[in-house]
Write a protein that binds this ligand. Structure first.
Ligand code: ADP
Ligand code: MG
Length: 384
């Protein structure tokens, strides 16, 4: 898919130096939606779309960034890097430099060429791939190596603090720590994690509904507030419950009547989603694809009916998938109100599955979806 050799020779021709090359993948979340800020569980997989970063040192005091995707170069003085964002793609690598500088590292003069095939803005997290690729490349020049979870946190901070987008830790975490043929069960409370095998003959079919319903920031804010309201009600009776991560379905039976009907539904999604996410990892470990598929179907229903974060198009896409041969499980993935569905599909049926899904979705909605057939891939690494 990506050709490191082409990037290597283009970097050498442009900058007159042989680079070291690194790759960091995009991701898809298999299950665990809106559980992160309740200190719960998510289970993403890294995919075989990635950002490549080619890096070499310079002698002239400059930092030169080049994006092959944008065909654009940006030049900075290494000892006078911008302290604030510009609203330009260079914010992502500059944010990583700023956070590393804040950790006490001197950012040396360097040339950095970037190229990626993670489609930007499609919910596969090209931004995290770019940050993590930049960070591992920078580490090689600095001669340091942070543990993967620490590196992920630094990259998340660069997106939060420098780029100014309030993402959680999941995207950077899986891009830094993913493993080929595995999903990663992440505990958002303490960032401990466990790899769960995805059978080699299972493909991840990611289907973009091509709709993103503008729900303004208020939907997200109100969901969060309702989740917090529910946790506060339970905490009146069980003070040890700080987040819905600590609550269970019995709490809702006992005290759900003290919550607003919305808070009760949102809490039911988050509490059951945490249980499903842990169970889904267990199902993968036991190679129990039936259970996995059932959990994904329940997760979609819960996301759609209790969390009310799906939309007609995504529901249609999941319903179509559920009738197609080869499907193990399908659900809407990501923040909601549109975006992509993730489908676990027997690999030998992935191509006809993707074709039929595309055709039937177009018939039903009049929209031609983008569909990618992916496999669970390694997290960030050097390409020799
Ligand atoms: P997502 O992370 O869902 O793909 P974002 O809006 O968070 O979408 O990030 C996309 C942005 O990341 C792009 O608009 C661009 O600024 C930056 N980006 C991603 N890949 C590259 C690349 N190869 N070169 C330069 N910028 C990139
Ligand atoms: Mg992003």
């Amino acid at each position: 898919m990506h050709d490191p050799e082409a990037l290597r020779s283009q970097h050498a021709a442009r900058f007159g130096a042989q680079p070291a090359i690194f790759a960091a993948p995009g991701r898809v979340n298999l299950i665990g939606e809106h559980t992160d800020y309740a200190e719960g569980f998510v289970m993403p997989a890294a995919i075989d779309f990635a950002t490549l970063a080619a890096i070499s040192p310079r002698q002239d005091g400059k930092i030169v960034l080049y994006s092959e995707n944008y065909g654009e170069e940006r030049i900075f003085e290494a000892d006078a890097l911008p302290a604030a964002r510009n609203g330009h793609w260079s914010d992502y690598p500059l944010g990583v430099f700023a956070i590393f500088a804040g950790e006490g590292h001197r950012i040396p003069p360097l040339s950095l060429s970037l190229w990626g095939d993670v489609p930007p803005g499609s919910g596969l997290s090209s931004s995290a791939a770019l940050e993590v690729a930049t960070a591992v490349a920078l580490q090689s020049l600095l001669g340091i190596q942070y543990p993967g979870p620490v590196l992920a946190r630094l990259c998340q901070r660069s997106e939060n603090e420098f780029v100014g987008s309030s993402c959680g830790i999941m995207d950077q975490f899986i891009s830094a720590n993913g493993a080929r043929d595995h999903a990663l069960l992440l505990d958002c409370r303490d960032l401990s994690y466990k790899l769960a095998p995805i059978p080699e003959d299972v493909a991840l079919v990611i289907a973009n509904t091509m709709v993103k319903h503008e729900v303004t920031g208020t939907e997200y804010t109100s969901r969060r507030a309702q989740v917090e309201e529910a946790a506060a009600v339970i905490a009146r009776h069980r003070p040890e419950v700080r987040f819905l991560r600590d609550a269970n379905p019995e709490d809702l039976q006992k005290w759900g009547s003290e919550m607003s009907p919305e808070a009760l539904k949102r809490a039911r999604h988050v509490i059951t989603e945490n249980i499903r996410t842990v169970a889904a990892a267990q199902a993968l470990v036991q190679n129990d694809t039936r259970t996995l598929g059932r959990l994904m179907a329940e997760a979609h229903r819960s996301y759609s009916q209790d969390f009310e974060a799906s939309c007609a198009e995504a529901d249609t896409m999941v319903e179509i998938a559920q009738k197609l041969p080869g499907l193990i499980g399908a659900r809407l993935t990501g923040g909601g109100f549109g975006g992509c569905t993730v489908n676990l599909v027997h690999a030998d049926q992935a191509k006809p599955f993707a074709a039929a899904l595309g055709e039937q979705y177009a018939q039903a909605t009049g929209i031609t979806p983008q569909i990618h057939i992916c496999h669970a891939s390694d997290g960030a690494h050097r390409i020799e």
